[in-house]
Design a protein around this ligand. Sequence first.
Ligand SMILES: Cc1cc2nc3c(=O)[nH]c(=O)nc-3n(C[C@H](O)[C@H](O)[C@H](O)COP(=O)(O)OP(=O)(O)OC[C@H]3O[C@@H](n4cnc5c(N)ncnc54)[C@H](O)[C@@H]3O)c2cc1C
Length: 503
Amino acid sequence: MSLNLPSCPLGRPSQTMNHWIPTVTLEEMSRNEYDVIIVGSGAGGGAALWRLCEKMAAEGKRIGMLEAGDPLIPTHARNLPTMTSERFQQFLYSENHTSYTSKYSSNYPDAIEVNALGGRMLFWTQISPRMDVCDLKDWPVSLDEMNYYYGVAETAMNVTKSFFKGSPLTETVIQRLHNAGFSDSTYIPMATDLKGTGNGEIHSNVFFSSLSFLARALNWSFDLAVKAKVVKVYTENGRAQGLRVMDSEKNAYTLKAKNIVLAASTFETPRILLNSGIKGDAIGHYLANHSGVRATTLMPRDQFPETLGTLGVLIPHGENCPYLLAMLDPNTWHAPEQERPFNEDVTINIGGYGKVESRYENRISLDPTRVDEFGVPMLNIDFSYSDNDQLVISEMTDTIRQILKKVAGDDNPSVCIMPIGSDYHETGTCRMGDDPSTSATNRYGQIHGVEGLYVADNSVLPTVGRANPTLTTVAFAIRTADYIVESLKQGSKSNVGVGRGES
Ligand SMILES: Cc1cc2nc3c(=O)[nH]c(=O)nc-3n(C[C@H](O)[C@H](O)[C@H](O)COP(=O)(O)OP(=O)(O)OC[C@H]3O[C@@H](n4cnc5c(N)ncnc54)[C@H](O)[C@@H]3O)c2cc1C
């Protein structure tokens, strides 16, 4: 008997893919001219990429992204079922993808760079508060506009206070804090997707990373090259022209781009600018971060209901916002497959983020004698706390002691100061402002005096503020992307305004 049916086509794709994300070679990229190239795929780079792709989808613009690292993992490390708290730390500090700024300078011992697709957002803790008005009021962007872009960023990153809400431990501690006079204490806003998988929709990336920005950008089109280390930007007559980029074999390529968005981090972005001879009094200066104080205490288990839940409380405190405190439970981050340990006492960690002043003398500069494997000068980092910074640390310590006494009955907690840099919140080395003598970029993130050259990472924050920086970096990156879209539409940078509330 012969079946008169056509043969079904094989389900094989015409092309295959070597990574979990499509990439192109630098050789291929060097044959094109790009409307925008983004350098770095962390928080700022990912956000700018997504927004540019979304807004320019219909216009057929060509967008590229260059990332020095490789595609290490396809999601935030905490979304991996094998990742216990201990393995998470071991993986974060692996020398295969993480380098330490201590290689540059001894007075900045503990900052890290994650050289991988997704940058440090593969490992961040997702704490995502807005900056306070007392910080924002001195910034060059209006409060209305900041509110608008914070809203866009929070939606894009799934920021929610519900992650800790309802947890008996959190509720008890918040109640005690309110009773003790810390009335602003609230649930930590977290960039976590809490929607359940269902109706054919998969929500497996609970913990947000910039890889979700890249995934959204893939709904449209962009070229991504990995293991692509940008060493220089080229400019001519006050306009961005392109980049010099090297692959892991140290082959060099020149890529052409009308607009360049540097999002390589607070240390690496000014390094590229300085290595390119870009002029600007503020480039590399005004390095700021958060000073840190930590304490741990134990509370008897019988003070809490049988179901304990976990702890995540934010305590904004003090006039003029000198610092922010956060209370966390070290067991929050157990992996789904891991059994949660039963402890007789409940461990509570409290930490403070102290605002560090923006001072010209806190800076990065190129080392005149040492270069890295790509021939780029190494960095020197000069950093110290001012008298005022020390005062903030001292006040923060007093408040932590006061809280642990009132909330946990601990009269003598052991308190320690965190090594400089271990907040991983460094900012300011390309800060935004109206005056080119005290800021590197204008209010849209464009380097003063160089059309088409932008910065969209933590380095543009005008001051460190007291809040964790990433939400603000994402908000600024989205705003800078909107500005680039408008400028490409208009073909000229003058009179371009973006967003809401722009005067
Ligand atoms: C353990 C940990 C916990 C954290 N928790 C929080 C938190 O709870 N809340 C918060 O707000 N922040 C947190 N942070 C900080 C947060 O991760 C950073 O604020 C954020 O990632 C900064 O984004 P970025 O774009 O400036 O740089 P990054 O995320 O560092 O991305 C820079 C990217 O550029 C690439 N790159 C560098 N140089 C080059 C080059 N020359 N060419 C091409 N590519 C290059 C890098 O490989 C990297 O992928 C945490 C960080 C860590 C490490």
